[in-house]
Design a protein around this ligand. Structure first.
Ligand code: AHG
Ligand code: MN
Ligand code: MN
Length: 335
């Protein structure tokens, strides 16, 4: 063994997100690097958000801002800080035409239409998912989705209303016991862990595969009486067939657990949210792309999520996603 190898142990992983993106870019001779710019903006802003989340109590940025967002939900201080960080980082990239966020009623046009500035991408995100859990130290996260900007529409904002199969990239960062970035650009799912000692996301899995089956479901059972009967029938089946139940109440934490261990996540229609609670463009679609790319399935009830044609920026859908066998089991009760 040569002397260097004795100094570097096997576990010294030296592939960062940046070197991974550059090596991928290298595989595409026509790549302009503009796409890499976007993912680097997401990397930078989520490192900033991770630091803010971990020091929130110390810096007194916990708690609500006392304002409501577009969904009449109370905004946490960190919702706004995370939103601002992502917008600032993305606006500074010359490849982003439009930004749409859970915290902003209207999509933000970054491109300067007067000078015909040709910017190729739209970025949508939930800056802080599960933020009501912030004060309790539960896993929360950032969810992002990238589309190619559709210049055909004379209303640029319509460019955000594209079905999920048009996403060119999607992913999330979970601020949990460690900060983990999970992403896909359509060729499998990659997982990176933030190494705070060097401030870099390090590659830990280049091809994440969700287990095909695992007897575990994740749903807010408090609402079971208001779920459609078919979902109630599935849950009664699960109660009698040895399933376990895990529910954090942050979509990012629940979906990440299912990506790693398998199982099924459900947010069915309820009386309070007859269309479902979760937002299609920046929660259901990016998670659906990740889960499908990892070998799982993602539906809004009986329709494949990625095929749904959006009509509103903040439209809500019901969510059923996870291990293919477990999703099939739920679908067998819905059909
Ligand atoms: P957000 O914090 O971005 O508003 O999202 C919260 C969502 C999602 O993270 C989670 O799965 C769901 O709310 C939990 O809803 P319930 O509290 O109704 O179970
Ligand atoms: Mn959310
Ligand atoms: Mn949110």
């Amino acid at each position: 063994m040569n002397p260097v190898e004795t100094l570097l142990t096997e576990s010294d992983n030296l592939t960062s997100l940046q070197s991974y993106l550059l090596s991928e870019e290298d595989k595409h001779p026509d790549a302009t690097g503009r796409f890499t710019w976007i993912l680097s903006a997401i990397s930078l802003s989520t490192k900033f958000i991770s630091d803010k989340v971990r020091r929130a109590r110390l810096q007194d940025v916990l708690g609500s801002l006392g304002s409501q967002n577009v969904h009449d939900e109370s905004q946490q201080k960190l919702d706004v800080i995370a939103d601002e960080a992502l917008i600032r980082c993305l606006r500074s990239r010359n490849s982003v035409a439009i930004v749409a966020s859970e915290e902003n009623e209207e999509p933000i046009i970054v491109e300067n239409y007067n000078q015909g500035d040709q910017r190729p991408y739209v970025v949508l995100f939930d800056p802080l998912d599960g933020s009501s859990n912030l004060d309790t130290c539960c896993g929360i996260g950032t969810i992002f989705s990238v589309l190619e900007h559709d210049r055909r529409s004379n209303n640029p904002k319509e460019s955000v209303l594209q079905p999920g199969y048009r996403q060119v990239a999607a992913g999330y960062v979970i601020y949990g016991s460690s900060t983990v970035l999970v992403m896909t650009t359509g060729s499998g799912v990659q997982m990176f862990v933030l190494d705070p000692s060097i401030g870099a996301y390090m590659l830990v899995n280049e091809n994440v595969q969700i287990p095909t089956a695992h007897k575990s479901y994740s749903v807010n059972e408090a609402y079971i009486e208001s779920f459609p009967k078919s979902y109630q029938n599935y849950l009664h089946y699960a109660h009698k067939n040895g399933y376990s139940s895990r529910y954090v109440g942050s979509m990012v934490a629940d979906v990440h657990r299912i990506l790693v261990k398998g199982g099924v996540f459900l947010y069915p229609p309820t009386e309070k949210a007859p269309e479902g609670k979760l937002r299609l463009l920046y929660e259901a679609n990016p998670m659906a792309m990740i889960i499908e790319q990892a070998g799982g399935k993602a539906y809004t009830g009986t329709q494949r999520t990625l095929e749904l044609q959006p009509t509103e920026v903040h439209q809500r859908v019901s969510v059923l996603l996870g291990s293919s066998d477990e999703v099939d089991k739920v679908l067998s009760f819905l059909e």
